[in-house]
Design a protein around this ligand. Structure first.
Ligand SMILES: CC(=O)N[C@H]1[C@@H](OP(=O)(O)OP(=O)(O)OC[C@H]2O[C@@H](n3ccc(=O)[nH]c3=O)[C@H](O)[C@@H]2O)O[C@H](CO)[C@@H](O)[C@@H]1O
Ligand SMILES: C=C(OP(=O)(O)O)C(=O)O
Length: 514
């Protein structure tokens, strides 16, 4: 680093820039931030210009006011204080999906030209991947307040300079395998992280990519990948399980394979469809989108400037529906990707949910069907049968946890069966701390008895995104003050969730230990 960067003036200037960016991202004027901090607009102006010495306390307060990790480096985790019970009102727009976002960031490595992605969810999972891409020499830039993102890969990737710390915090780096096998004959990737949901095997990825000549050895915390260029698929690739990221890896490997690859037992889930539409924009032929057989005719080289807008997140839409249901609120949820929420809504209707929906309209990706949904306060009862997930077009496995908190307010016994994840159901038992009756029958099944009245308490976020949000939603409905500690896991998948719920009338305060 230069003397300028490490001098006291340099630090103050950089911190000032970070604060200005975070403030703008939150849509606040200097005056509004000053009010939140009980100081003057001119003080904020001096801070942002780097003309002000900042105390640690002031930095922590700015971090809390802006709900931003950036200005609180080293200041420890963020927590939420929730006052309930809340009734929500107004309308809220669903953001684009985490899972398409991460797939598209990986897929941008296939393209030597510029990729512009529209309205990308500004979440920690995306931030980690941007750090990893940056370390490889990829230039990425947020273009505007709309979160449009520009990605320009370098001529040669610096694979040996990969940011290990960032890579280990996200499971999504596993999706580098498909694009990278075309870029290099041998490379190392740090082991993948992600939510702690028990054993999540990577073997399906290896067997899907072996027909492209990829061999992977896992030793000392790294995947050592080597590619035999003489090997290419000679018959259809049959996936042993219909996983989303494994399908995406196979698609990306096929995209730069000159020739036709057939992928059978492919996932047809939302993020896979967004990836297929992006690949089509790159000039790759993909047939069978939305089905379980994908036929891909790849290109030897991809070098196009491409603009793509991923679709809205069905899991965020479900989270907002659950928020409305447990707080018995009337809210309008705009841009709901109904195509990927049909079974969930049908199940909720059977449980007694009343809601209105608009005519369908098309997402910016030109394909996905959207509606706006207005919820009505309803009296819910438990479903007759157990609720269990299935690959799309079944009930989405990431939406299953939300039925736990919905079951808490429904009359009767609801059985949830997560047959896939070894570990996710257990986190739902945390709801008992708020007064819910949730019984773990075995690692895959929980029985919930409702309705119960919830009361506020303090809980540490479990190490899994959806269960953590489920607890947050229960806290909205709980009487009194609750504290939810260490919320990074929520920021991994949701942009500004607390602030957006506050705009609907929730009372959620972000704070830190210092
Ligand atoms: C970045 C991303 O897109 N993440 C999603 C993706 O993760 P991802 O594709 O990484 O999911 P995994 O490969 O971990 O699969 C999830 C679990 O399901 C098992 N499995 C999967 C498919 C199948 O047909 N049979 C089966 O048993 C796997 O062995 C594993 O235990 O898919 C998961 C399952 O939809 C979602 O929860 C994640 O949000
Ligand atoms: C399990 C999830 O994601 P990931 O694959 O990123 O861990 C999720 O989105 O709920």
């Amino acid at each position: 680093m230069s003397d300028e960067a490490t001098s006291s003036e340099g630090y103050k200037g950089r911190i000032g820039n970070l604060i200005r960016d975070a403030r703008k991202h939150r849509g606040l004027t200097q005056h509004q931030l000053a009010e939140l901090l009980a100081t003057s607009q001119s003080a904020i102006n001096r801070i942002e210009k780097g003309h002000q010495n900042l105390s640690l306390e002031m930095l922590a307060r700015i971090g809390a006011a802006l709900d931003s990790e950036i200005v609180a480096l080293g200041a420890g985790p963020t927590h939420l204080r929730i006052n309930g019970p809340t009734t929500l009102s107004g309308s809220i727009e669903v953001k684009t999906s985490k899972n398409a976002g991460v797939a598209l960031l990986c897929a941008s490595l296939l393209n030597r030209g510029r990729t512009t992605l529209r309205k990308v969810a500004r979440i920690e999972e995306v931030n980690r991947l941007l750090e990893v891409l940056g370390s490889l020499g990829v230039q990425t830039r947020w273009l505007n307040e709309d979160n449009d993102l520009e990605i320009i890969p370098p001529k040669t990737l610096r694979l040996d300079a990969i940011d290990e710390a960032a890579a280990r915090r996200t499971r999504s780096v596993i999706m580098f395998l498909g694009p990278l096998l075309h870029r290099s004959e041998s490379f190392d990737l740090p082991y993948a992280g992600g939510c702690n949901l028990g054993e999540r095997t990577v073997e399906p990825h290896m067997s899907a990519l072996r027909p492209f000549g990829l061999e992977v050895k896992a030793t000392d915390g790294n995947y050592h990948a080597s590619v035999d260029r003489a090997v290419s698929p000679v018959r259809p690739i049959v996936l042993t399980e219909r996983g989303d990221t494994v399908t995406e890896n196979a698609l990306m490997a096929a995209a730069l394979h000159p020739g036709t690859t057939i992928i059978r037992n492919a996932s047809s889930n939302y993020m896979v469809q967004d990836l297929c539409f992006y690949l089509q924009r790159l000039g790759v032929q993909v047939e069978g989108v939305g089905t379980t057989t994908l036929t891909v005719t790849g290109c030897t080289d991809i070098d196009v400037d491409v603009d793509y807008a991923p679709s809205e997140d069905p899991i965020e839409a479900m989270s907002l529906l659950a928020a409305a249901i447990v707080t018995s609120s009337t809210i309008t949820i705009q841009r709901v990707p109904i195509e990927f929420l049909e079974i969930e809504l049908a199940t909720l209707e059977e449980m007694g949910l009343r809601y209105d929906r608009t005519e369908e309209y098309v997402a910016r990706n030109g394909h996905t069907r959207l509606v706006d949904i207005t919820t009505r306060p309803s009296t819910l009862h438990a479903p007759l049968d157990k609720i269990h997930p299935m690959p799309f077009p079944g009930l989405n496995i990431d939406n299953l946890p939300f039925f736990a908190v919905i079951a808490v307010v429904a009359t009767g016994q609801t059985l949830l069966h997560d047959w896939v994840y070894e570990n996710r159901a257990i986190y739902l038992t945390e709801l008992t701390k708020l007064g819910a009756q949730v019984k773990l029958l075995d690692p895959h099944r929980v029985m919930i008895e409702g309705p119960t009245h919830l009361s506020g308490t303090e809980i540490v976020c479990p190490p899994a995104l959806r269960p953590a949000v489920v607890i947050l939603l229960a806290m909205l409905a709980a009487k009194g003050t609750s504290v939810l500690r260490s919320t990074y896991v929520i920021h991994r998948g949701y942009e500004d969730l607390a602030a957006r719920l506050n705009e609907l009338g929730a009372s959620i305060e972000t704070f830190r230990d210092i």
